[in-house]
Design a protein around this ligand. Structure first.
Ligand code: COA
Ligand code: MG
Length: 278
């Protein structure tokens, strides 16, 4: 089963059986075997074989997802036909249209595939229509793909992330409207731990539940960043105690450690506690 909350979703190319076998030991909340971007065009058939073999070997050790090629590619239907039993989710990249999702739903049904779908919002059209796409019944969770999005925009990817700020927020918002769990973009530079940590913090602040990871070093960073710290939880508990105490005295707005606390601030503290309690 796919966990309800995924803090770290670790990718590896289907054509790297060596990496796939290492994924259960990384501590990732779930792994993705990638048939799409990380598999070259001339290796799609081999990749499907590696997918079957990896699922057979790893089933039961970690939740396993397969990312297939999107419906506009010549590989999409063969990918669907070759999916093995035992997958916890299918990741569908570059989700763009509601009629495309209707077709995906029918294609899964026709093959008897009753598996949750994680939809990737990573094109200009996908971001523009994110609310309708992420609210589609076939979609169980979603992710924001910054690299493909900027490629589609004809923009430039930067360290500051200013070029993706608006789309990243819009996609988080659309996921929230759909009441699904959202996973934030990759950090391509897997040697830059500070950038990865900063991006995880930003993502959590705007409502993402986790991060796409491409390297084991990013998994521990994401798992920590998307879990409230002990200090955060203790502060939330003190804040709520002060707030409840004030409410009992007929006041709904109270000073707490130099900050005004009212209902929305209390609601944020409850979210911290709920996250910490899983
Ligand atoms: N999953 C599992 N293990 C991985 C891994 C991954 N995605 N990426 C690296 N590792 C392992 C390496 O095999 C190595 O293991 P070892 O200590 O037993 O030798 C260890 O982690 C350290 O790896 P490192 O040497 O730092 O990196 P690398 O040069 O081997 O690999 C990449 C770098 C980017 C090629 C590799 O991380 C990768 O392919 N990532 C996934 C890319 C992907 O799927 N992209 C598409 C989705 S956006
Ligand atoms: Mg991509």
């Amino acid at each position: 089963m796919l966990p309800r909350r995924i803090r770290s979703l670790l990718f590896a190319p289907a054509v790297r059986p060596d990496l796939l076998r290492k994924m259960p030991a990384t501590g990732a909340d779930a792994m993705v075997i990638d048939l799409e971007d990380a598999t070259p065009s001339d290796a799609k058939a081999t990749a499907r074989e590696e997918l079957r073999s990896a699922v057979a070997d790893l089933s039961g050790t970690i939740p396993i997802c397969a990312r297939i090629n999107d419906p506009s590619t010549p590989w999409h239907h063969d990918d669907l036909d070759s999916l093995p039993e035992g997958l916890d989710a299918i990741v569908v990249p570059k989700v763009e249209t509601v009629h495309g999702l209707d077709a995906l739903e029918r294609a899964l049904e026709a093959r008897g595939l009753d598996v949750p779908v994680v939809g990737g919002i990573e094109t200009a059209l996908g971001v523009a229509d994110a609310r309708a796409l992420l609210s589609h019944p076939v979609i169980a969770a979603g992710y924001f793909g910054a690299e493909d999005f900027i490629a589609d925009m004809g923009g430039v990817r930067t360290h500051s992330n200013h070029e993706v700020a608006s789309a990243r927020s819009q996609v988080a918002l659309a996921g929230r409207v759909a009441r699904i769990s959202m996973i934030d973009m990759i950090t391509a530079d897997f040697t830059d731990d500070a950038r990865c940590r900063r991006e995880c913090e930003e993502a959590r602040e705007i409502g993402y539940a986790g991060k796409l990871c491409i390297h084991p070093a990013q998994v521990a960073i994401a798992n920590e960043a998307f879990t409230p710290s002990i200090e955060e939880v203790e502060r939330a508990r003190r804040l709520l105690a002060a707030y409840e105490d004030a409410k009992a005295k007929g006041i709904a707005s109270v000073a707490f450690e130099g900050q005004m606390v009212d209902e929305p601030v209390a609601a944020q503290a409850r979210t911290v506690i709920a996250l910490a309690e899983g």
